[in-house]
Design a protein around this ligand. Sequence first.
Ligand SMILES: [Zn+2]
Ligand SMILES: [Zn+2]
Length: 112
Amino acid sequence: MSTTDFAPIAAAAVWRKAMQAAGYRCVCTGGCGRSHAKDPGERCKREHTAWLRLVAAPAEPTGNPHTDIAAEQVAYCPNCYDGHLAVAKRADRVAAASHDNDVPLFDLGGEA
Ligand SMILES: [Zn+2]
Ligand SMILES: [Zn+2]
């Protein structure tokens, strides 16, 4: 209540399951666009703490809540989650730019 949780309460069980599966540690192995090669297991070393809250997110978040909520949730730290989103958005922009247009001619990830 005192925190600024953006996840609905109903997602708490999903979040806990993702955290337990991940050992309360970010599961990113570089998909965020950064290298985690220097981290133990070549996996992001950030762990869930009182001051750094990991988020439950799809392994490849799209930024579309309808798509993302339906996907299997994994644990990411906020940095890696943002990185994954940025990578996804960049891919969208590249697709759009290749048509010399702001709007992609096809819908990526329309089917679910
Ligand atoms: Zn991370
Ligand atoms: Zn990462």
